[in-house]
Design a protein around this ligand. Structure first.
Ligand code: CP3
Length: 390
């Protein structure tokens, strides 16, 4: 009797110890990414459609040439590619807009063209021309010979930048990692850089669709590895930029662009099921396809200014959050016009969470930095009324 009581007590103590160990273990697992750990978690909450006190805001290309301090650091680096590949400098420019404005997120300073560069194409940014590759993809042999870059080797500089920025942010706001979509990266790889007509990639789509699919599949594999590595390095949300999806006809958009983005989303969801790293999909010029895009396993869609945000919200119901969608050109207007436009977008979205304020595309180099401050303050001040709990 005495002995069995001791056994019982030991059992109880054991199960308590097990319980606490499990609790600590779970905390350690989730602590790295859980929004609770962030001092400002508005972005993650809004992406997950959870209540917030005001609408979060960040700006596509928030670290860029409109900031004099960016131009200084770029001069110090020598050129754009070196700036991307030097983690200390990439970290410095990532932080620059956060020192100026109360933004709700940082986005890692890098480029979508890091993957093709790591595949050996040789990226250069030519002044007033745009990005160019030394080598381009012209046939199926080129595609078969493309390597699959190891994110912690050839792209280690991106992961090192993410680790540095996470340390520098010290939990203030979340850090967004990103990649181009397979289709958008393929356009640059086949055209050899920026393009207006997209004649080469469209030619391959018509004449050799199987080869193009081979390239898109290879890029999907590479992007999946790259984004998983970014998450492991500390990215707390992910954005996929499909800048050129909008040039395709509907069936081609479904088969050559959206199909591969969906596969990437599925892989990201499975791998990180114990921690929530929201994924934002952005196809520029996608208004007519929005119902289809939200069927991908994404948490949010980013929309450009050709969509009406209120109508998009009605069309998609409660499926995903919406990011957007002020026209970048408005930032050239007066303070009053900027504030009016912010107010009009907030009103159009209406009450409740699920909206991340952003531009409909990247900020241009001709914007006065003070205008960005006006925009950010207007979003915060004017949005409170849309988040009052009854
Ligand atoms: O948003 C951020 O602050 C993060 C940094 C970022 C850059 N490029 C830095 C950059 C991001 C998210 C990108 C994505 C990117 N890069 C896209 C998708 C988004 C979009 O704008 O549609 C695309 C298509 C590219 C490819 C690319 N890189 C182009 C077409 C250019 C030249 C365009 C231009 O504005 O001159 C770049 C260069 C580039 N990437 C710059 C920056 C700040 C300008 C570099 C410089 O001259 O210093």
């Amino acid at each position: 009797m005495h002995f069995s009581l001791i056994i019982f007590i030991v059992d109880v103590i054991n199960s308590r110890i097990k319980y606490y160990l499990q609790k600590v273990n779970n905390q350690q697992k989730t602590n790295i990414y859980m929004p609770e750990q962030l001092k400002n978690n508005r972005l993650i909450k809004a992406l997950l459609r959870e209540p917030v006190d005001m609408t979060p805001v960040w700006i596509m290309r928030q670290a860029g040439r409109y900031l004099p301090e960016y131009r200084e650091t770029r001069k110090k680096a020598g050129d754009f590619v070196t700036l991307c590949q030097t983690p200390e400098l990439a970290c410095e420019v990532t932080m620059q807009p956060l020192h100026r404005y109360p933004l709700d997120a940082a986005i890692i300073f890098s480029d979508i063209l890091t993957i093709p560069d790591a595949m050996g194409l040789g990226l250069k940014l030519v002044e007033s021309v745009g990005p160019r590759f030394e080598r381009s993809i012209t046939n199926s042999n080129d595609i078969k010979n493309l390597p699959l870059p190891d994110p912690e080797q050839e792209l280690k500089y991106v992961m090192d930048s993410i680790r540095l920025v996470r340390r520098e942010l010290n939990g203030d706001v979340p850090l967004i990692g990103f990649s181009g979509s397979p289709w958008t990266l393929a356009t640059y790889m086949i055209e050899g850089g920026s393009s207006r007509e997209f004649s080469k990639v469209k030619g391959m789509l018509e004449a050799e669709p199987a080869s193009l699919h081979l390239l898109l599949k290879h890029l999907s594999d590479s992007i999946t590895l790259y984004l998983k590595a970014q998450i492991n390095a500390g990215a707390q949300a992910i954005m996929i930029f499909d800048t050129w999806g909008g040039i395709l006809k509907t069936p081609n958009y479904m088969n050559f662009s959206l199909y591969y983005m969906k596969i990437i989303c599925e892989h990201l969801k499975n791998e990180h099921s114990e921690v929530k790293v929201p994924v934002i999909l952005f196809t520029k010029g996608a208004d007519k396809w929005i119902e289809k895009i939200v069927e991908a396993d994404c948490d949010a869609i980013s929309i450009d200014w050709n969509s009406n945000i209120g109508q998009v919200r009605e069309r998609i119901g409660k499926r995903v959050a919406i990011q957007g969608n002020m026209e970048p050109r408005i930032l050239k207007e007066s303070e009053k016009k900027i504030v009016d436009e912010v107010e009009s977008i907030l009103r159009s979205y209406g009450s409740g969470s699920g909206h991340v304020f952003n531009l409909g595309h990247g900020i241009t180099p001709d914007i006065e930095p003070d205008k960005v401050g006006i925009l950010v303050d207007a979003v915060h001040n004017l949005s409170r009324q849309y988040h009052k709990t009854k």
